[in-house]
Design a protein around this ligand. Structure first.
Ligand SMILES: NC(=O)CCCC(N)=O
Length: 267
């Protein structure tokens, strides 16, 4: 199965421009799963909640889910992409999972970072895992977390305990540490992880954030299978076998999850 990330620099609130840039980057790309960044068409650093809410849309009825469906039909890939979501009077920093036949599911970022807390509610869908099928007909379990969720081991662990083989991780990373941590998130949960970050910088009129690029794909042994530079567009696709995530036997006496002792873990 071919999986990959799409790293690029969105133009703030220039959704049509960003759709064209992403479509061009994916021209000729064939994959089973592609992960795009957090807030991938809008950009990140909103100047106000009004601005964030004006850019938000419903899932699955909004335009971004529809656009991703056409992109999925063109590439054959399942796509995971971040967008601001409106659900009635509530707003979330979300990621949608789309295949060639349309909407599969979505996730609402549980751990909001910095000024996201001014604009969005914390996610209320938990950490759902989706059973999806690649182009060969092989099914696997796909979990989703967004950016700052990586900082909380419980996020990836909850997805892995629910059977996720692959964790899609749309991101807008600004701190330097996530690329060092993701190999360990993959290793400690024995899963594949695909972190799709953006690069460039954005100002909200009061301060400027610089995004660190370095998108990366990790395997269940904590090896980095692909990594993008700090700056520049990058679409990297690698071959993986999701079933490798299901054998969590470490020695003939040790299984990673069977050996857990939650009765001793403080809540
Ligand atoms: N957009 C974000 O959640 C940034 C999280 C902090 C970091 N790791 O950069």
């Amino acid at each position: 199965m071919r999986v990959g990330f799409v790293q690029y620099c969105p133009a703030f609130l220039q959704m049509e421009t960003n759709r064209q840039v992403l479509a061009a980057l994916l021209e000729g790309i064939e994959a089973d799963l592609l992960v795009l960044p957090e807030l991938c068409l809008t950009g990140y650093f909103f100047t106000s909640s009004e601005e964030a809410h004006a850019a938000a849309e419903s899932i699955p009825d909004g335009p971004t889910t529809a656009w991703l469906t056409t992109l999925s039909q063109r590439t054959g890939a399942i796509l995971v992409a971040g967008l601001p979501e409106r659900d009635g009077a509530q707003y979330y920093n979300s990621a949608v999972v789309v295949g060639p036949r349309g909407y599969i599911g979505h996730y609402r970022k549980v751990h909001l970072f910095y000024e996201e807390k001014l604009h969005f509610q914390a996610g209320n869908l938990g950490f759902p895992v989706f059973t999806v099928t690649d182009r060969s007909g092989e099914t696997y379990k796909l979990g989703v977390m967004i950016c700052f969720d990586w900082y909380f081991p419980e996020a990836a662990r909850t997805l892995a305990l629910q059977g996720a083989d692959v964790i899609a991780h749309p991101a807008n990373l600004v701190r330097p540490d996530c690329p060092r941590a993701m190999p360990i998130r993959a290793l400690e949960n024995h899963v594949f992880t695909i972190t799709a970050n953006r690069y460039g910088s954005e100002s909200n009129g009061r301060e400027t954030l610089s995004f660190i690029g370095q998108s990366l794909i990790c395997d269940p042994m904590g090896r980095i299978l692909a990594q993008a530079p700090k700056v520049g567009d990058a679409v990297e696709v690698v071959e993986i076998h999701p079933a490798e995530a299901r054998n969590r036997r470490i020695t003939q006496h040790n299984d990673l999850f069977a050996d857990r002792r939650p009765e001793h873990y403080q809540l």
